[in-house]
Unconditional design. Structure first.
Length: 368
């Protein structure tokens, strides 16, 4: 057996410590390790029960073992923890009411991908002032997740920065890989190591290939560079995640939740030997980022199920206390309570109405 080696590498010299090049374009600021944050903000018994039960239920729904439908719903992003927990309390009550038909999981997103520049989320800039106190942002995000989980709500997040899951992933029951990162090898490898089910969104141009390749890739074991909970750079050996699935979010100037698009997605999944499990994202490209259209997208997808579709197992909606969205004002005291500062959201009253309507339409199909 031939062993590949580089025998004259200076790194083989005993006691050699390689020097680092000067960072002319960057400064470095220390972060607490994931282990330090988890020690200071550990899971409570109630939060752990909510997370574990949520993970198991999501996987059962997506596999068809549980006849309910998954609904991932909540603010486009959390910027005000007080308003976010107000929403979480309302959603927890509604989730209990509709639990016989719908498994409701709250969106608790703290990182926002940007096409160019803009506010990158609560972790990156928790005080909305470009101070970028990420250590405090991570602390605030974990406190929020603990408080929401203790209300009995399963939680959903987007894996954007590859290190953030070490701080937060133990509190998520469902994870998204976004349209801009589905093609990224790093994010596919990351997904292969997560304990939660992972939804891969189709690309921003509306094509499915990147998401389908990601589902296959993430289901396989990988070895990749990462970081352990102590903050040490490490080789991560993942076992693969068998719970990847397709999220249709529209793109390329057209939606893809209609029956023809769903049929084409089913064919593409079958061709790749991927289980025909689809989540319809009612926001983003499917609603042209017009929150008033989200209820129509949901109603159309539900109608397809009523008329015999069995591949649509889940829905995603962006919802908050107040409808629409708002820019970040120079005077932060002028922020409207419970209104998104990123994508526009459906208001709470509309949220409760359309979810009750969805439950009424789907309840007769339970077990069919």
């Amino acid at each position: 057996m031939t062993t590949l080696a580089w025998p004259d590498s200076p790194l083989r010299a005993a006691g050699h410590t390689p020097s680092l090049p000067p960072a002319s374009q960057a400064d470095y600021r220390a972060m607490p390790s994931p282990a330090e944050l988890l020690r200071s903000l550990p899971q409570s018994a109630r939060a752990a029960q909510s997370v574990n039960a949520g993970r198991a239920a999501v996987k059962r729904v997506l596999s068809g073992q549980d006849p309910r439908w998954l609904v991932v719903i909540g603010p486009c992003s959390i910027h005000d923890p007080r308003a976010g927990l107000d929403y979480a309390s309302r959603l927890a009550e509604l989730a209990a009411e509709l639990d016989d038909t719908l498994l409701i999981v709250m969106r608790a997103y703290f990182e926002k991908p940007r096409t160019s520049v803009g506010w990158k989320g609560l972790i990156n800039d928790p005080y909305l002032d470009d101070s970028c106190c990420m250590d405090e942002g991570m602390h605030i995000a974990r406190r929020f997740l603990l408080a929401a989980a203790e209300r009995g709500l399963p939680l959903a997040g987007e894996a954007l920065d590859p290190l953030s899951p070490l701080y937060l992933a133990d509190l998520y029951s469902w994870t998204a890989i976004g349209a801009r990162t589905t093609e990224s090898q790093i994010h596919r490898e990351l997904a292969s190591a997560l304990d939660s089910a992972v939804g891969f969104k189709n690309s921003t141009d509306g094509t499915l290939d990147a998401a389908l390749n990601a589902i296959v890739s993430a289901s396989s074991p990988h070895a990749f560079l990462g970081m352990d909970h102590a903050g040490q750079v490490a080789v991560v050996n993942s076992r693969g995640n068998p719970h990847g699935h397709l999220v249709l979010r529209g793109g390329g100037g057209r939606p893809n939740y209609d029956s023809v698009s769903i049929a084409l997605a089913e064919q593409a999944l079958k061709k790749r030997d991927i289980p025909p499990v689809i989540m319809v994202d009612c926001a983003h490209g499917n609603s042209w980022k017009n929150h008033a259209l989200q209820p129509m997208v949901l109603a159309d997808a539900v109608s397809q199920i009523v008329h015999g579709n069995r591949s649509i197992r889940a829905f995603m909606l962006e919802s908050f206390i107040e409808g629409g969205n708002q820019p970040i004002p120079a005077d932060l005291s002028q922020l409207r309570y419970g209104c998104s500062i990123t994508d526009p959201c459906v208001d709470w009253d509309t949220t409760a109405r359309i979810l009750r309507e969805t439950r009424a339409k789907l309840r007769p199909l339970m077990g069919n």
